[in-house]
Design a protein around this ligand. Structure first.
Ligand SMILES: *Cc1c(COP(=O)(O)O)cnc(C)c1O
Length: 395
């Protein structure tokens, strides 16, 4: 059999993935596992999903040739404009898919976890769209740090529940959401926000985000006469925008893959979120993957200036891409990312999310050939990060 970097029938990418869950969560996850591919294959599902992506999200997102950025780095850079989606990032592709999934499974209540609040907002958005009850778990510390997104969720009609345990951040919110799901197995669907969690979540989320690479193929064919770029570049938090960017190219090794992680204050600083480099194999939120942990297996608190990249794990697809060498992983510091974000703003008139700024900093790290065709996923817009940019650059 041909080697694949996609998931196998058992729910693994190489040695990573699977479903390491408490017995009490088994019925929920099993119901989803048995139904998700069947439901996604239904013509009525596909029709409704694509209609919403078109008319509600605003897809296809443009593939934009960044002329001045390309000139500066003497190579050909295309930006996939996920920042132009409704709610300002790629996350809505996944939440639209999962709300339709929930409806077909007969679920009447949605729960989600959120760190910076972006996934919470994307979830609250589709719940409002469908008129479904929405509860978002969020670390108490994050609630205080991310007031505008908390306000957005409330305005959209969601209930935001503080997670008071542990470090009171994302991983604790995720634990609370799992607990809720165990207690509400029949009526509730848990909308996981990235390609993480027990199988089938990583695969399901990757399939919903795969619209990104599906569009890249046809858009690049139109602009360059080929479906295949030389390089694909995306930032990796949990890894959903990256999974979407890579999806249809995973097994085409003529297309090189670069994954950009957040080095925070520096890989060796103790204040970092560069999961693949610093991580070891372990189990987090039901999945076997690479995660940052102490010698005795305690999950360490990640740090990045970008709230969307500071997850202590990484999705199992990416753990496998790292382990096999299929993707090149590069870690970018806070300072490098902020500088790259300012540069894109002034060269192209596009203010990127700080997560995306990490991916953009690649051009100071690595030299590409003049004829290389590069597609970089512009995962989100920078409006949500304006205060961070203001504080950093004293604007
Ligand atoms: C949440 C977020 C990310 C990180 O999440 P992934 O699942 O790794 O894609 C990246 N960029 C933006 C704009 C985000 O909002």
């Amino acid at each position: 059999m041909k080697e694949t970097y996609n998931i196998n029938e058992k729910g693994y990418y190489g040695e990573f993935g699977g479903a390491y869950i408490p017995e009490m969560l088994y019925p929920n996850v099993e119901e989803l596992r048995q139904n998700y591919l069947k439901i996604m294959a239904e013509p009525s599902f596909q029709k409704e999903f694509h209609a919403l992506l078109k008319d509600y999200v605003g897809r296809p997102s443009p593939l934009y040739f960044a002329q001045r950025l390309s000139e500066k780095y003497n190579t050909k850079i295309y930006l996939k404009r996920e920042d132009l989606n409704h709610t300002g990032a790629h996350k809505i592709n996944n939440t639209v898919g999962q709300i339709l999934m929930a409806q077909r499974l007969g679920k009447t209540r949605i729960i989600a976890e959120t760190g910076a609040g972006q996934h919470g907002v994307a979830t609250a958005t589709v719940c409002a769209l469908m008129g479904i009850e929405c509860v978002v778990y969020m670390g108490e510390k994050d609630i205080a740090r991310q007031a505008p997104n908390v306000a957005r969720m409330k305005m959209l009609g969601a209930k935001v529940v503080p997670a008071l345990s542990g470090s009171r951040t994302l991983k604790d919110a995720t634990n609370e959401a799992m607990r809720d799901w165990i207690n509400n197995p029949v009526n509730t669907h848990y909308i996981v926000g990235s390609v993480v969690g027990p199988h089938p979540f990583p695969d399901m989320v990757a399939r919903f985000q795969a619209i990104v690479s599906e569009e890249i193929k046809s858009q690049l064919l139109e602009k360059e006469g080929t479906e295949n770029p030389d390089y694909l570049i995306a930032c990796v938090g949990g890894g959903s925008n990256a999974a979407g960017t890579y999806y249809h190219y995973l097994d085409n090794e003529t297309v090189k893959i670069i994954a950009v992680e957040a080095a925070g204050l520096g890989i060796d600083s103790g204040e970092s979120a560069a999961t693949s480099v610093l991580g070891k194999e372990g189990i987090i939120h039901g999945s076997k993957t690479l995660l940052m942990q102490t010698k005795d297996g305690q999950i360490t608190e990640p740090y990045s200036i970008s709230a969307g990249l500071d997850y202590p794990g990484v999705g199992p697809m990416h753990a496998n891409l790292y382990k096999t060498g299929r993707a090149e992983f590069i870690a970018i510091t806070d300072d490098e990312a902020m500088t790259a974000g300012l540069e894109l703003s002034q060269l192209e008139g596009i203010i990127p999310a700080i997560e995306t700024s990490h991916a953009l900093a690649i051009f100071e790290h690595k030299t590409f050939k003049p004829n290389d065709i590069i597609v970089l996923n512009l995962s989100g817009r920078g409006d949500k990060d304006l205060q961070n940019y203001i504080d950093y650059f004293k604007l």
